[in-house]
Design a binder for this molecule. Structure first.
Ligand code: SF4
Ligand code: SF4
Length: 166
């Protein structure tokens, strides 16, 4: 079946109305409220409880809450967490009450922001924060070490008083 192409009218052949229509639409959008976000300078503010990147937190005294139990490492589906336990040596600052990991790494390229690490942590030491976007120039840069994770997580005051009973 051949569909006949209708001939253009004189009005259509002028093209001017189409151009004017186009400019009118552009002009209308020009004065509308801007919705484009200037990412990455601007980012969404995510609501409380949003599952973003996992960070380690300190207690109100500025002490690392993580006790290197390795539950989060065990449960992490993509194996993004790697913990180096402190070993049997006694920590002079904390006695033998609780351990602190020698190293704690999270590979943010592997993390799927599932929140299982936060769910299982018996010490409430790891939380998924609101950060949802990271950039880096290399894969190695995206492996966050303990210092970075603690700095990003900050302090989370709570009622844990285990350190008082040395
Ligand atoms: S949020 Fe999920 S994937 Fe990411 S580190 Fe925690 S358990 Fe692993
Ligand atoms: S973050 Fe929590 S679950 Fe993971 S090793 Fe530390 S105390 Fe254990």
């Amino acid at each position: 079946m051949i569909v006949p192409r209708p001939a253009l009218t004189l009005w259509e052949r002028l093209y001017l109305p189409a151009i004017i229509n186009g400019f009118t639409v552009t002009l209308r959008h020009f004065f509308r409220k801007k919705v484009t976000m200037l990412y990455p300078e601007e980012k969404w503010t995510m609501p409380e409880g949003y599952r973003g990147a996992p960070y380690l937190v300190k207690d109100q005294e500025g002490r690392t809450k993580c006790v290197a139990c390795q539950l989060c490492e065990f449960v992490c589906p993509p194996k993004a967490i790697r913990i180096t336990p402190p070993g049997p040596a006694l920590n002079p600052a904390t006695g033998n009450i609780e351990k602190i990991p020698k190293e704690f790494q999270i590979d943010m390229l592997r993390c799927i922001f599932c929140g299982l690490c936060q769910e299982v942590c018996p010490e409430e030491a790891i939380f998924l924060m609101r950060d949802y976007s990271f950039t880096g120039l290399s894969r190695a840069e995206m492996v966050f070490n303990m210092q970075m994770l603690l700095a990003l997580g900050g302090v989370r005051p709570d009622k844990i008083e285990k350190w008082k009973h040395k």
